[in-house]
Ligand binder design. Structure first.
Ligand code: ZN
Ligand code: ZN
Length: 367
């Protein structure tokens, strides 16, 4: 029997205000929906963008979080294959099944963003809460469509499992799905946050011959080295384009992954390409960001520029695969959980993220 439940959620109350934790009330899951008791949720850069860019058009109050894992608590009518107690990772993007790419059998190229359904209210005034990316995992419990809750093995610790939902899906997905790295090829990853480090791990697993990690923070470069980068390029000390061209005898790299989202770093990613090299743009840019490209060089080098959004992910297929890779020790998720915090520590986690002190702060919501 489904009942209304209560919980706590970390939300942005209004534009320009800090994150606060409030009591929430959840409607029971409707047909095709499940309620998930969130146990762990990663603090992704995107959350900070929602704060710093006044909610990016979402109505306030905004429930933050989109990288969560937990246990199914309740299932709505018609849900098959999931039941109470099942460990799941929450997906913020799921192929819609109805857009032109989905209909022609290319769900990884889905065009459609899932609209969020109003299932959560703020307890003190009944205000409808808008969850970030239709998930809102900075909460004790949430309600999502059943296909956004993907079963993973119970042996995988929840603090690691949650990373699969965003940074791993995006960074590893860029390397496995968007522009697959071939064994022996050379790879550069610009920006060694959680997404970039996931791309580095996937490049290592794919058998890349050489993996260049580029970042401004020495600590992040150390982590990149631990997770599979063969060459560390400190962009605060030298021009990464010149340095990578020097290290490759002026050849450049076969694959460059940009995981920052700035015109300057995208420009570097294009300029370090070898002949026939491919640049994959992962970092989310400002909507009006522009840059100039030397299309003469781009043409004669036969280069490719591709955008990767969320790793071209098919959660039902990819999440269990990443979980298995983690359990088998190929994908090191434990190393990426650099700090665990509570639901009340979101602002502190933002500070640590901006200071480059962590790969990921993971909020543990169990209490
Ligand atoms: Zn679709
Ligand atoms: Zn994210």
């Amino acid at each position: 029997m489904s009942v209304e439940r209560e919980g706590r959620g970390a939300m942005l109350p209004a534009p320009g205000e800090d994150v606060v934790v409030e009591e929430i009330v959840l409607e029971p899951p409707g047909p095709g929906e499940v309620q998930v008791r969130i146990l762990a949720t990663g603090v992704c850069h995107t959350e900070l963008h929602f704060k710093n860019r006044n909610g990016r058009g979402l109505p306030f109050p905004i429930l933050l979080g989109h990288e969560g894992a937990g246990l199914v608590e309740d299932v709505g009518e018609g849900v098959e294959g999931l039941g109470p107690g099942d460990p799941v990772v929450v997906a913020w993007t799921v192929p819609c099944g109805e857009c032109p790419p989905c209909l022609r059998g290319e769900p990884r190229r889905c065009w459609t963003w899932r609209p969020s359904r109003a299932r959560i209210r703020r307890k003190r005034d009944g205000a409808t809460v808008t969850p970030v990316l239709a998930t809102g995992t900075f909460a004790d419990r949430i309600v999502v469509p059943a296909d956004a809750a993907v079963s993973v093995p119970a042996e995988l610790p929840m603090a690691q499992a949650c990373l699969i939902g965003c940074c791993v899906a995006t960074g590893a997905g860029a390397v496995f799905n968007t522009t697959p790295v071939r064994p022996g090829s050379t790879v550069a990853v610009i920006g060694c946050g959680a997404v970039g480090l996931s791309a580095i791990q996937a490049a290592r697993i794919s058998g890349a011959g050489r993996i260049f990690a580029v970042d401004l923070h020495e600590r992040k470069l150390d982590w990149a080295g631990e997770l599979g980068a063969t060459d560390l390029v400190d962009a605060s000390r030298s021009d990464p384009v010149r340095e990578i061209r020097r290290l490759t005898d002026r050849v450049g790299v076969d694959f460059a992954y940009e995981a920052v989202g700035l015109p300057a770093t995208l420009d570097q990613a294009i300029r370090i390409l070898s002949r026939t090299g491919t640049c994959t743009f992962i970092g989310v840019p400002e909507p009006d960001a522009e840059m100039a490209v030397n299309i003469g060089k781009f043409f004669f080098k036969r280069n490719t520029l591709t955008v990767c959004e969320g790793g071209d992910t098919s959660p039902a297929e990819d999440f269990p695969r990443y979980a298995r890779m983690a359990l088998e020790g190929e994908l090191d998720l434990g190393r990426m959980v650099t700090r665990t915090v509570g639901l009340d520590d979101v602002e502190e986690a933002f500070r640590a993220m901006e200071a480059g002190e962590v790969i990921r702060s993971v909020i543990l919501t169990g209490r």
